[in-house]
Design a binder for this molecule. Structure first.
Ligand code: FE
Length: 350
């Protein structure tokens, strides 16, 4: 919070000039405070600013944003300590927000609105972080090379039927680390290592590029099936680049493990920082972003699913059909992150 300096300066100037102070009762001018909230954000989507502006129009609270990578912002908050101006930390991937939580950079909040808006598996039990938008990590496949009835589970990607056909990015991606963490949690440690080793052996090429590059590689005939986050398909089919659009339209999506635990999901999440100077405003912004009215647009901005079950996904996402999701508490993805990274190393999945 800062005092409205211009009003205060004007008042001092008037007094300094020997003029009579304006007839304003009880110093209301100098007590007027600028309400604000500071977000350290790894999210970088146009819709965020649109919604921050809307939040300011509704509440009078101005939203300041500092954009950088999750790692850089985490280190920054560690260095700033209790002098940090950050009120909120937004990341993509649960593993990143859980990491901030385990470093003691977040604080618990207790908000009935937030607890009602965000399902239990998509928030910290202690209220130190909440899911904001949701994505699934699914299979994109070339329908000319793969028939839908060949597709079943993540575990099945270890089958030799997929030898030389799988496209996937490097294990340095938290998206892959979180998927593997979910496999450790569901199948056990040794099964997860066997899985990662077998998928590594089945790859069509060295792991490289981002999720979009895997879909483009399918279109280029380099492989038949890729592991990707759902929103990248949305980005591709809406791309202004013709080749990207064609690549996105050429693949079909499959949500794995529908007869079992469900497809692996992840979130972009936000938490109130440990030393938030504007804690109440931070909670208000989280409540705004997870409200039914705002969720659909917030999620649509990156072709994601709303976390609030009362909000509808976009038409494009609805066209992919409804799916069963793995209800594993996403906290576990962060808790098992270190082990997932070790297993990838053991499996030579670079
Ligand atoms: Fe991403």
């Amino acid at each position: 919070m800062r005092i409205n300096l211009i009003a205060a300066a004007a008042l001092l100037f008037a007094i300094g000039c020997g003029e009579q102070a304006p007839k304003i009762s009880d110093n209301t001018i100098i007590e007027e405070e600028v309400q604000e909230v500071m977000v350290y954000s790894h999210r970088h989507y146009d819709i965020d600013q649109v919604l921050f502006d809307e939040f300011e129009a509704q509440t009078g609270i101005h939203v300041n944003v500092l954009n950088s990578s999750a790692d850089e912002l985490t280190v920054r908050m560690q260095n700033e300590g209790e002098n940090s101006p950050a009120d909120l930390f937004f990341t993509s991937d649960a593993a990143n927000i859980v990491n901030a939580q385990s470093l003691g950079l977040l604080q618990s909040v207790n908000s009935a609105l937030l607890n009602n808006a965000v399902p239990l598996n998509m928030r910290a039990v202690d209220g130190s972080w909440y899911g904001l938008t949701m994505r699934a990590r699914v299979l994109a496949y070339n329908p000319d090379k793969v028939s839908a009835d060949e597709l079943t589970t993540y575990e099945d990607l270890a089958n030799e039927n997929w030898a030389g056909r799988i496209l996937v990015r490097s294990s340095s991606s938290t998206y892959n680390q979180s998927l593997l963490a979910s496999i450790i949690a569901n199948d056990g440690d040794s099964a997860a290592l066997a899985w990662a080793s077998a998928v590594r052996a089945n790859m069509a090429r060295e792991p490289k590029g981002n999720d979009r590059d895997q879909v483009k590689a399918i279109a280029a005939g380099e492989g038949d099936i890729a592991i990707v986050n759902t929103y990248y398909i949305g980005k591709l089919v809406n791309s202004e680049n013709e080749l990207e659009k064609e690549a996105g339209e050429a693949v079909k999506l499959f949500f794995p493990n529908q007869d079992g635990r469900g497809a692996h999901i992840n979130i972009s999440g936000g938490g109130v920082t440990k030393y938030a100077p504007n804690k109440e405003n931070a909670i208000k912004l989280l409540e705004f972003l997870t409200s039914v009215e705002v969720q659909q647009r917030f999620a649509d901005g990156n072709y994601e699913y709303p976390v609030n079950p009362n909000a509808q996904p976009s038409e494009l996402l609805q066209s992919w059909g409804t799916f069963k999701m793995d209800l594993l508490p996403l906290q576990v993805l962060g808790d098992l992150n270190k082990r997932a990274v070790e297993i990838f190393n053991e499996a030579s999945w670079n």
